[in-house]
Ligand binder design. Structure first.
Ligand SMILES: [Zn+2]
Length: 65
């Protein structure tokens, strides 16, 4: 994976995470059917029963550019 691809991937994830935090129910990137919900500030999951997408953010991550 190139640095550009890595950055694009991070950007997509960050957008999904901030949408989920805002309650915008972004479409799950894994199944493309369910919606990403957020539980607390740092844990995200897909609301589709057939999908096991889970994402937890590290709350003590150093600030990224
Ligand atoms: Zn899903």
């Amino acid at each position: 994976m190139t640095l550009e691809e890595m950055k694009a991937k991070m950007d997509r994830r960050n957008r999904m995470v901030s949408d989920a935090r805002a309650g915008n129910d972004p479409i799950c990137p894994k199944c493309k059917k369910g919606h990403v919900k957020c539980k607390g500030k740092y844990f995200f999951y897909c609301d589709s029963p057939e999908c096991d997408m889970k994402l937890s953010m590290d709350p003590v991550r150093p600030k990224q550019k």
